[in-house]
Design a protein around this ligand. Structure first.
Ligand code: GLN
Ligand code: ZN
Length: 774
């Protein structure tokens, strides 16, 4: 059986994004939006059918998010959305909130606002974000949307028989949140299963024979009660279901959940053979007789071509134990996390392209692996043999290529010693030198780096990329932009200025373009959430920095002011987490190479007279492995990576870092171990409560708790920021505190940023005065 677990929804050219944005802007009708979705589904099914996939997923499509879809199917719509018209209006209200609800005195984006969107958070350890179901103890469920049935029938009408996919009931409840303290949504399992049962009946009536239940929670740390919930849920569903059930675990090995997973009384179990290959033998020994095993041998999380010979060997091994009719071949997880089609990447050189496979290519790989195993009994078709030979050549070329290996980088990485991971002196000593080098008032004001990326900036960049603007003209344009931004900051009275990042399309891609060993694609988009997509660079080889990447623009900014300008870099952990990484060496090695490149940039900035350098690490927390017992190892190399990047400077040079979130409770000791002189974090929305971790830990270095919520179009008043600063002063020493927004300003408009920062400076001045008079 050739099986797929899910296909990207955005379309090869982000058609879904365009359609959504046009619909939200009122330029296309609901019917046109739905029509665009229908066309995307048709295309995906068609491609999969052509590739010979026998288990093609349906209901893997979503206009925004599949967890939100599930909430609508089971009728889990929080009260504050009950007034919205059911259908698209309610759907997008839950996804994005209702802007019209905002007025003066309203809370902005915070939870509890009548029109606030559902909270959004990361889907396991991917960069996909889902909308968190909100469930209260009195929640009842009912089948409120027939989307899974409709899409199944839609495919039937096209002559394509599909296997509908649902978020499994246990994973759904585990991902849910409740405002009622002490209440665990898992308690609602019984009622939820009633709805799943009804849905399964409807799907059977429509002609479905298999259903796929996604239960990635089987790859994370579970409590006993949660394991029991799995047994309960599938015990019930299996006895009631007219359909054959495939339970899909992915994103990791099963480990201590293996016994539970294999004991589920379902017809088939899917396992992740990319991250959990070592478990195959145990699984083969314990799999109950008669149960099918779906092997995820094609990596759904990365862009590398599969070593087909190796995948075939894995599948053959299972076939020998179980027989061919009990084994399915598929991707490790849904292909949602891969770009759609390599076909559009004319800009990549032929060799690099031959190493890659996006979703469409992975579908073909599934077919090839299955064909090779099936043909064991007979002679294999010539095209298959040819494809295998070509695959073997590509794998060999990647392995042997001098482009992936740079002996100089490897020697340098090996030679990293403890001294390179340490600043020369401890923080207190450094602080004195830094203040002498750059005198600053109490509560210094600054920003996080970017200023509005205006239409003008994006337009100029697009022209430059299309070759319609010369390098020289583009550089002149950027120089003018930077001069303007510096002038504004001077006028508004900020203490530490930035250059504004006008030259950067994206904080990771910019460095991906400048570093060697990293490729950027033209259209390798992956959904991040809703209509938002990201285009992760591809780290394919040892990383080197052929030339300084940022010095020129920081210098340009410094020429326009006598005030200190903060250099701006993206940290090694964040570049790693937001890229597709090589699979031929540990992530920690790649991180170290990136760190060395950033370290060199830091040194060049320092040599250019830049006394403050910010190394952004917004992805630091999200790099955490799913399993708790792997955290310590991650922290070790991630903290070392940052320190390696940051520690090459003299004591007088001040290192800043930035993380745009505020949950530091489990990780505060590692944050402290990074030993940045200053860290800026997001706190404005939580009213400074999220400083807690820093206070309890007695965080020694300086902190800039964000006082301006840049995720909201609202301009914060001086008074509101004074309040936040007073709150911060209740728990932190005045000499510790910086005054800054929550994050970069690139998504904001100038008419918001101008008054907001003016107010912020006024707030800092007012509080300074209070301190002086106290
Ligand atoms: N320096 C970056 C900016 O201001 C930081 C962005 C981020 O943390 N995501 O845009
Ligand atoms: Zn940020």
């Amino acid at each position: 059986f050739r099986s797929n677990l899910g296909f990207p929804r955005i379309g090869p050219r982000r058609e879904l994004k365009r359609a959504l944005e046009q619909f939200w802007a009122g330029r296309i009708s609901a019917d046109e939006l739905l029509g665009a979705g229908k066309e995307l589904r048709r295309q995906a099914w068609q491609w999969q059918a052509e590739a010979g996939i026998s288990h093609i997923p349906s209901n893997d499509f979503s206009l925004y998010d599949h967890v939100l879809d599930t909430s609508l199917v089971v009728g889990a719509v929080p009260n504050r959305f009950q007034s919205a018209k059911p259908g698209l209006e309610a759907y997008f209200a839950m996804a994005r909130g209702v802007q019209e609800g905002h007025g003066p005195g309203c809370c902005g984006n915070g939870n509890g606002h009548p029109s606030a969107a559902l909270e959004m958070t990361k889907w396991f350890d991917t960069n996909y974000h889902y909308l968190v179901p909100e469930l209260e103890p009195d929640q009842t469920f009912a089948l409120r949307s027939t989307k899974p049935v409709d899409e199944f029938m839609e495919a039937q009408a096209l002559g394509i028989h599909t296997r509908p996919v649902l978020v499994g009931p246990v994973t759904y409840l585990r991902l849910a949140k409740s405002r009622t303290s002490g209440f665990r949504p898992l308690e609602l399992l019984g009622g939820l299963l009633d709805v799943y049962e009804e849905l399964l009946r409807r799907l059977a009536d429509a002609g479905a024979d298999w259903i796929q239940m996604d239960e990635p929670s089987l790859a994370v740390d579970l409590e006993l009660a949660e394991r029991d919930a799995f047994l309960d849920a599938y015990g019930r569903l299996a006895s009631a279901s007219p359909l054959k059930l495939l339970v899909a675990s992915y994103f990791g090995a099963l480990r201590d959940n293996l016994e539970t997973a294999l004991a589920l009384p379902v017809q088939a179990m899917h396992v992740d053979m990319v991250r959990g290959r070592s478990e195959l033998d145990t699984i083969l020994q314990t799999l109950p007789a008669g149960k099918l095993l779906s092997l995820g041998v094609i990596n759904g999380r990365n862009v590398w071509r599969t070593d087909l010979a190796d995948a075939v060997a894995t599948v053959r091994h299972a076939v020998e134990a179980l027989g061919a009719n009990r084994v399915m071949v598929g991707p490790s997880c849904s292909l949602l996390h891969c770009p759609v089609d390599l076909g559009g990447e004319a800009g990549l050189d032929a060799e690099l392209r031959s190493w890659l496979a996006f979703a469409r290519q992975k579908i073909d790989e599934i077919g090839l692996v299955a064909a090779a195993v099936n043909s064991d009994d007979g002679p294999s078709a010539a095209p298959t043999q040819e494809a295998f030979a070509e695959n073997a050549r590509a794998i060999a070329s990647r392995r042997a290529s001098p482009r992936t290996r740079d002996p100089g980088v490897q020697a340098r990485a090996k030679a990293v010693d403890a001294a390179m991971l340490r600043r020369r002196s401890a923080f207190t000593a450094r602080r004195a030198l830094q203040r002498k080098a750059t005198p600053l008032p109490l509560l210094p004001t600054t920003t996080i780096g970017s200023f509005p990326q205006t239409r003008e900036i994006r337009h100029a960049r697009a022209m430059f990329k299309r070759g319609e603007l010369s390098r020289e003209a583009y550089d002149d344009f950027l120089g003018e932009q930077i001069t303007e931004v510096v002038k504004f900051q001077e006028e508004c009275g900020l203490d530490v200025l930035v250059h504004g990042e006008a030259e950067r399309n994206d904080m990771v891609e910019y460095f991906g373009e400048a570093l060697e060993g990293i490729a950027v694609t033209a259209g390798g988009w992956v959904q991040s959430y809703g209509s938002r997509c990201v285009k992760p660079p591809i780290i394919y080889g040892d990383v080197t920095r052929p030339a300084p990447m940022t010095v020129r623009w920081i210098r340009h900014a410094m020429q326009g002011t006598a005030k200190p300008v903060k250099g701006m870099l993206t940290g090694p952990v964040t570049i790693l987490c937001w890229s597709f990484v090589r699979d031929d060496q540990p992530r920690s090695d790649t991180c170290r190479q990136l760190a060395l490149a950033i370290r060199d940039e830091v040194a060049d900035l320092e040599a250019a007279g830049v006394g403050m350098i910010q190394i952004d690490e917004p992805a630091f927390r999200e790099g955490l492995p799913l399993r708790r017992d792997q955290w310590a190892e991650y922290f070790r190399w991630a903290v070392d990576g940052f320190r390696l990047a940051a520690s090459g400077v003299s004591d007088a040079t001040q290192i800043h870092t930035h993380m745009c979130y505020s949950e530091f409770n489990n990780i505060i000791d590692s944050i402290a171990a990074m030993d940045a002189d200053v860290i800026s974090i997001e706190t404005s929305r939580s009213n400074m409560e999220l400083l807690d971790a820093f206070v309890r830990f007695e965080y020694p270095n300086e902190i800039g708790p964000g006082v301006y919520d840049i995720h909201s179009p609202r301009v914060p008043t001086t008074e509101s920021m004074i309040q936040l600063l007073r709150k911060a002063l209740e728990v932190l020493r005045p000499e510790q505190i910086w005054v800054n927004p929550d994050c970069g300003l690139k998504t904001r408009q100038w008419d918001e940023v101008r008054p907001a920062l003016t107010n912020m400076v006024a707030a800092a001045r007012a509080v300074r005065e209070e301190l002086a008079n106290a």
